[in-house]
Design a binder for this molecule. Sequence first.
Ligand SMILES: Nc1ncnc2c1ncn2[C@@H]1O[C@H](COP(=O)(O)OP(=O)(O)OP(=O)(O)O)[C@@H](O)[C@H]1O
Ligand SMILES: [Mg+2]
Length: 263
Amino acid sequence: MTDSLLQKQCKMLKLGSVSQTYNEIPFESREQFLTDLFAEELRNREKNRNRRRLKRAGFPQTKTLKEFSWDNIILPPQTTIEHLTELRFIDEKESLICMGGVGTGKTHLVIALGFKAVLSGKEVRFFQTVDLANRLLEKNAKGTLGSLIRDLESCDLLIVDELGFLPLPRHAAELLFQVIASCYERRSVAITTNLEFGQWNTVINDSRLTAALIDRLVHHGHVLAFTGESYRLRHALSQLHVPDDVGGAHPQQNTIYKNDPAQ
Ligand SMILES: Nc1ncnc2c1ncn2[C@@H]1O[C@H](COP(=O)(O)OP(=O)(O)OP(=O)(O)O)[C@@H](O)[C@H]1O
Ligand SMILES: [Mg+2]
């Protein structure tokens, strides 16, 4: 179907939604009609911008702060939940380190914060550590590292998920170090990890780089300890019929106990 004259004019004026919405807007006066029409156009533009920003962020799933429970999360004394959820840590270019056992909500929290940041107009990039390391290696080998670095530098919050699941090859660790270290005082970085700081060297394999990285991260950073049970395990157990008399002696509860880094 060919475009009507109105559709052509809207395209030339880059008014994406006007030719579809003008028919649905009630007419009371010329000014009211145009105001409502433009308000709808502005709403649609914002929605599209959010959609593009979300796509660029690359979240693997959607998680929200509303469904997140802060029970069992220990914050440093100077950190408040509001400082994090109102995204002031991003405005202040601070880092966030989420440390704790499996299934305790680390990835949920950083996605939920990242999601809110995107909807507030901020640029976010989400990577699993291994994917980011591989991408850095690949681009470096092709001589196109610059464009990836520029993209990472353009964001307000860089999320690096699952640091420590796998050790990194030396060169990958160095590149990753450069990326994270370059965030220092320039943009926020959020890292999730199962490892305490003392074990980070097993991933980075260079004690000098590891110390330099931790130093930068904690200088303007919030280290959150996720001390609860695994939600995944709790969910799986709730699907099973566990007889009452098994109670605290259930072998899987020992696994939960081990999950608590405070133990
Ligand atoms: N505090 C929490 N509040 C609400 N849901 C949670 C919480 N913690 C975990 N969950 C839910 O449990 C599941 C596992 O959480 P998540 O993936 O965030 O764990 P994780 O700490 O990143 O684990 P891993 O170290 O294995 O990556 C998710 O579906 C998540 O939504
Ligand atoms: Mg995770």
